[in-house]
Design a protein around this ligand. Structure first.
Ligand SMILES: Nc1ncnc2c1ncn2[C@@H]1O[C@H](COP(=O)(O)OP(=O)(O)OP(=O)(O)O)[C@@H](O)[C@H]1O
Ligand SMILES: [Mg+2]
Length: 583
């Protein structure tokens, strides 16, 4: 039975007479066969969210039910791909239909002809269960793709083949409880459904980002959640790019929901050119890009977050550490708002649907460090940029995000204007993973780590208080002990927190280097403190060699650190001998 379009309102279409309609059924709308999803059933009507441009669609055109759900295709070939919000391969679509995506085009997201060398791990006769890894494919120069028994399938492996196969050919046959199941590398998964895992594990390993302000003061765990709220131009995108390039995740899924078309163009031109820092191979060998621009249909933007999450979970299930960056989730929320308006739902705060916060919460719930169905350990870290108008985080999208994410990296326009980058405000930001991660840092970096970073954070908070006093009484009237705090705080800000994403060495700081830098600052702090306690004026310390060295330290590559550090220690000894001892 075919349905008929009865009403069209932008991306939302009403139809009657669809064959046994169910919530979330995927339908083909109109003569062009536009992809749509049933989002509400009301009396005899089906309300459909259409993922393609509905211009030209007319009432009475046909609607047919595919009886499938909005799904992603999972197989080797995902890495290095650039998809739109519903996993259509952007480059191929553009080749076929130019800049504007032709309607109803049905292009497979993955190459169906390409042959992959499949190496079985399981053997005929084995009993296998859902999620079990039965073979491997070298997907890119960096990543081995693990082929898993589809979720919901178990039984005895009748046969399994070694050799070259396309993703759509049978590689194994499993005798299930009732029937024989042909297994291919290609599998499907409905995007709105969480992929199952055995258990969630505690988030006690940091995602090392190489960004000093993040790793030292506001760390995110592997499998954790972080929000980057910030006004226009504050550095959200540069931060997300740095994380994609430098963090120690195995796989990156980057979902760009751009406001402006050129922002997406920038992402599509910069990310594919980046090299993987650790191996020198192309970053795209471990990356999937999902791009939405504002001229793409709003429903595809709504779906893009789920498409990204499903692809990310799939690689997590192979035992990889996956990080998903969404830039910006505000654009995603606006897509929800627009669709909700078209659906004539009761609007909540600022016109967003009442379910905005539950949708945002549901998305971040997909994060976690987990034991997978095949007993490997994988993680999915979710990092979402939020762009509140005017940077005011009291609006609904920021609030709903902050409520559920455990790390808050507050980008600050005044810091950005002062060219302090990354412009993450150290007084407003926080990480609720600090306690979970303490043992990792003490075991892998140094026992002194927690005390060291705490002490320097205290200096930064004290600085803010003292600055208020300075405004009233002036710098000269300050007690020497306060001048000391200002002196050290300036060093922490300029020589440690500020980090240039575009400098070859400074773009990434290893944890070891971060530790050396913190210890060096602490050494100077101790000497100055001792001096001040002995009535030596702070002015004695202006222009000393140790400070010059501290300013250079961020540009010292790891293999020169030891030498540099001993030079620094010598300079500190000199200060001690000349100033502190001789009082
Ligand atoms: N870590 C950094 N190092 C050096 N420069 C930076 C850094 N972060 C941001 N910038 C500078 O700030 C500019 C704006 O940053 P970015 O595009 O990331 O802002 P945004 O918050 O994503 O803005 P929008 O709201 O327009 O999306 C960059 O083009 C760059 O010049
Ligand atoms: Mg941006």
């Amino acid at each position: 039975m075919e349905g008929r379009v009865t009403r069209i309102s932008g991306a939302v279409v009403e139809a009657v007479g669809i064959d046994s309609p169910n919530m979330n059924d995927i339908v083909r709308v109109g003569n062009a066969g536009l992809l749509g999803e049933i989002v509400r059933l009301q009396d005899d009507k089906s309300i459909i969210q259409v993922y393609e441009d509905t211009t030209g669609l007319r009432v009475n055109e046909k609607v047919s039910n595919t009886h499938t759900q909005l799904s992603v295709k999972l197989a080797p070939g995902l890495l290095g791909s650039i998809f739109d919000g519903i996993q259509r391969p952007l480059e191929k679509i553009m080749e076929q239909s130019g800049d504007f995506i032709a309607k109803g085009v049905d292009i497979a997201p993955l190459d169906m002809e390409k042959r992959w060398e499949f190496t079985p791990i399981a053997k005929a006769g084995d009993t296998v269960h859902e999620g079990q890894i039965i073979g491997e494919v070298a997907e890119t120069s960096l990543i081995i793709h693990k082929v898993m028994v589809p979720v919901g399938v178990h039984g005895k492996l009748d046969s399994i083949e070694k050799g070259e196969f396309t993703i759509n050919q049978n590689i194994a046959i499993i005798s299930g409880d009732e029937e024989k199941i042909e297994v291919k590398m290609l599998q499907e998964w409905p995007v709105r459904k969480f992929r199952p895992v055995k258990e969630k594990l505690s988030p006690d390993i940091p995602l090392i980002t190489g960004q000093r302000v993040l790793d030292t003061f506001f760390p995110v765990a592997k499998g954790g959640t972080a929000a980057i709220p910030g006004p226009f131009g504050a550095g959200k995108t540069v931060t997300q790019h740095s994380l994609a390039e430098w963090s120690d995740a195995d796989i990156i899924v980057y979902v760009g929901c751009g406001e402006r078309g050129n922002e997406m163009t920038e992402m599509l031109t910069t990310l594919p050119k980046l090299k993987d820092a650790r191996t020198g191979k192309p970053l795209m060998d471990r990356t999937i890009l999902i791009a939405n621009t504002s001229n793409m249909p709003v429903a595809a933007r709504e779906a893009s977050i789920y498409t990204g999450a499903a692809l990310a979970e799939y690689y997590r299930d192979m035992g990889y550490n996956v990080a998903l960056m969404a830039d910006s989730t505000s654009r995603w929320a606006e897509a929800m708002r627009e669709l909700s308006g078209r659906l004539e739902e009761m609007p909540g705060e600022e016109g967003y649907p009442a379910y905005l916060s539950s949708k945002i919460a549901e998305f971040y719930e997909r994060a976690g460090r987990v034991r997978t169905l095949n007993d490997s350990v994988g993680s999915l870290t979710l990092i979402g940029a939020v762009s509140p108008a005017g940077g005011d985080v009291s609006e609904p999208v920021s609030q709903s995000t902050i409520r559920v994410t455990r790390v808050f990296w507050a980008l600050d326009a005044s810091l950005a204007n002062a060219r302090h980058f990354p412009s993450i405000n150290w007084l407003n930001s926080y990480s609720l993973y600090e306690d979970d991660l303490t043992s990792w840092y003490t075991e892998n970096v140094s026992k002194e780590w927690p005390a060291l970073k705490k002490e320097l954070m205290v200096v930064l908070t004290r600085e803010a208080e003292i600055n208020e006093i300075v405004q009233l009484v002036g710098y000269d009237a300050l007690p020497e002990a306060d001048k000391l705090i200002l002196d050290i705080a300036k060093i922490v800000r300029e020589d440690f927190l500020q980090q240039n994403a575009f400098d070859e060495v400074d773009a990434f700081s290893s944890i070891k280097k971060q530790y050396y830098m913190l210890s060096a600052i602490k050494m100077l702090y101790s000497v100055e403190k001792q001096a001040v306690d002995n009535q030596v004026p702070m002015s004695t310390f202006s222009g000393i060699k140790s400070k010059e060295l501290l300013a250079k330290m961020k540009f010292v590559p790891d293999d020169k650190l030891e030498t540099f550090n001993s030079e620094f220690k010598t300079s500190i000894e000199e200060v001690k001998n000349s100033v502190v001892v001789n009082v």
